[in-house]
Design a protein around this ligand. Structure first.
Ligand SMILES: Cc1cc2nc3c(=O)[nH]c(=O)nc-3n(C[C@H](O)[C@H](O)[C@H](O)COP(=O)(O)O)c2cc1C
Length: 348
């Protein structure tokens, strides 16, 4: 029903207005008799010591301000991630800044980390009852004057605000392509930020780094080394991409859209390559949350086979609607059962 009736109507609207409408309608889920969910014992997993009923999470960006944590379970997710949350409230980049690429099942966004700011989000979350294990994604406030030591202080301000909340994990977003400085590729700064965060954290919350699928081999190995040095729990692989390779959408339309991070189906090969590279060099105890272009059980299975423990999606919801997570989980459960059977047959 979503793809034949609701999506055509939503796609007639400006993408950001449709997104705002989805935000207005989402709270109604709390009163809805519908619970789009598929459960099976073989979907359960453990992320940093937290039991998830299934491995599919809501990626950062949909619930930037922590407004949906009380009924996120209605869409069948196993966990959710709030954010990115920044120390200061900011409006983000000028509109238009969100674009659909229907021929590619993709989105380009350059929202630029708009949000209510850490104090407001922390107060909202402190008063909420989380329906699911909830992670929170922190980014540096996207203002050009916040650099160097100010950047470290800015991230710490947010961490201070949220560190006592009952969160499953904290992710540090080092990979937003829509900021003044682009992805954080300065080893020293990332090292200093993680060092200070871990000093304040004293091991209470698992901390992950969200990486870019555009990272060079050198940046990937630097980040994995920093994560090892500071005892981080793992990696989110990954964020949106600046690459426009292999798109079906007309090149003139792509040029007209301009800058921004690409998400959705075309991102999958790049996200998968990032997961494989990180899986090869990380410590055994560190975990990977894979993210990028997941919209089927096969996509989810491919990422788990490549070394991910949990998965996240966002753009797939725009194209496939509220039944997507249950569909992915149903297909994934079948694929996992088949893989298990063939393993047993081989070992017999
Ligand atoms: C509109 C939009 C806003 C996003 N905002 C954030 C954000 O604030 N922080 C972040 O870490 N990732 C953000 N992302 C990236 C997603 O969390 C995810 O990494 C990316 O979209 C790839 O997953 P997907 O292909 O399933 O959408 C955003 C993505 C979209 C489409």
């Amino acid at each position: 029903m979503y793809e034949s009736l609701i999506r055509p109507l939503l796609f007639k609207m400006d993408p950001e207005r449709a997104h705002d409408l989805a935000h207005k309608v989402a709270p109604l889920l709390a009163f809805s008799p519908f619970h789009f969910e598929f459960s099976a014992p073989n979907l359960a997993t453990n992320l940093s010591g937290v039991e998830l009923k299934n491995p599919i999470g809501l990626a950062a960006g949909f619930d930037k301000n922590g407004r949906f944590v009380e009924f996120a379970d209605r869409l069948g997710f196993g966990f959710v991630e709030i954010g990115s949350v920044c120390a200061q409230a900011t409006k983000g980049n000028a509109k238009p800044r969100l674009f659909r690429l229907p021929e590619d099942n993709a989105v380009i966004n350059r929202l630029g980390l708009n949000g209510d700011g850490a104090e407001a989000v922390a107060a909202r979350l402190a008063a909420a009852k989380f329906a699911l294990p909830t992670g929170l994604n922190i980014a540096k406030t996207n203002l050009p004057e916040i650099q160097g030591d100010k950047a470290i202080a800015d991230v710490l301000t947010t961490f201070e605000q949220i560190k006592k909340l009952p969160l499953a994990y904290v992710a540090f977003n080092a990979s937003c392509p829509n900021t003044h400085e682009g992805i954080l590729n300065e080893r020293q700064q990332l090292n200093d930020i993680m060092s200070e965060v871990q000093k304040q954290n004293v091991g209470r919350l698992p901390v992950l780094i969200k990486m870019s699928p555009d990272s060079s081999e050198e940046l990937i190995s630097d980040i994995v080394e920093i994560a090892r040095e500071h005892n981080l729990a793992g990696f989110i692989c990954g964020n949106t991409s600046l690459s426009r390779e292999g798109l079906r959408t007309d090149a003139a339309r792509i040029a007209e859209i301009g800058n921004g991070g690409l998400s959705g189906t075309p991102l999958k090969p790049r996200a998968l390559a990032l997961v494989q590279k990180v899986a090869k060099i990380k410590s055994a105890s560190q975990q990977i949350i894979a993210c990028g272009g997941i919209s089927s059980g096969k996509d989810a299975f491919d990422f788990l086979q490549s070394g991910a423990t949990a998965l996240q999606l966002y753009t797939g919801l725009v194209y496939h609607g509220p039944t997507l997570v249950a569909d992915v989980n149903r297909q994934l459960s079948t694929l996992l059962a088949q893989a298990d059977r063939s393993k047993t047959t081989v070992s017999n």
